[in-house]
Design a protein around this ligand. Sequence first.
Ligand SMILES: Cc1cc2nc3c(=O)[nH]c(=O)nc-3n(C[C@H](O)[C@H](O)[C@H](O)COP(=O)(O)O)c2cc1C
Length: 196
Amino acid sequence: MKKLISILIALSLLVACASCFAEGDNHILIAYFSHTGENYNVGVIEKGNTHIVADMIAEETGGDLFEIATVNPYPDTYEECTEVAMQEQRENARPELTAHVENMEQYDTVYLGYPIWWGELPMAVYTFLESYDFSGKTIVPFCTHEGSGLAGTVGSISSACPNANVLDGLAIQGAVAQNEQDKARAAVQDWLASQG
Ligand SMILES: Cc1cc2nc3c(=O)[nH]c(=O)nc-3n(C[C@H](O)[C@H](O)[C@H](O)COP(=O)(O)O)c2cc1C
C-alpha cells in the first residue's frame, strides 16, 4: 500500500512538473513589428530590419519572440506602404492583429521593437499596446529607423501604458541592421549590458 501511495505521489509530481513546462516559465518577451518587401535604403528585403534586431535580442536574452502582424498586410512597395501608413496615422487607426499573446501575465519584461513610421510608432503597435494590461511590467523599446532615431516613441509608449515602467530605448539604423550585422549585434550587446 505504502509503495502504491509513493508511486501515486511521484506520478502526480511528474504531471504537475510537465504542466509547468507546458505553460512555459520564460519571463522575457520580445514583441516586434517589422515590414518586408521594398524599403528605404535597403532595396527589397526578405527579413525586416527590426525583425533582425529582435532575433539578436532573443538570442542574447533567451526571451520568447512574438511578431505583431496585421490581418491586412501592408503593400510591398515602399511608396504605397508610406501612403497607407500616413493614412492610418491621420485616422489614428488601430489595425487588427493576427495573433494575441495568451500568456502575457507570465512576462515581466517586454522588449518592444518597431520601425519608425512617419516619426511615430506604426499604428499596429498601438493596437498591441492597448490589447494588454502592462501594469507593473517593464517595457524596453527598440527601433530601427533611417535618421529619426527613437523620435518621440518612448513617450508615446509611456502615454499608452501609464502603469508600465518604460526604459530608455535602443535605436539602430535599418540599413545597419540589414547589411552590417556585426555592428548591429555589438550595439545590441552594449545596450543590454548597460541595463545591468
Ligand atoms: C511607412 C514608412 C515610414 C517611415 N518613416 C520614417 C521616419 O519618419 N523616420 C525614419 O528615420 N525612418 C522612416 N522610415 C524608415 C524605416 O523606419 C526603416 O527603414 C526601418 O528600418 C524599417 O524597419 P523594418 O524593416 O523592420 O520595417 C519609414 C519607412 C516606412 C516604410
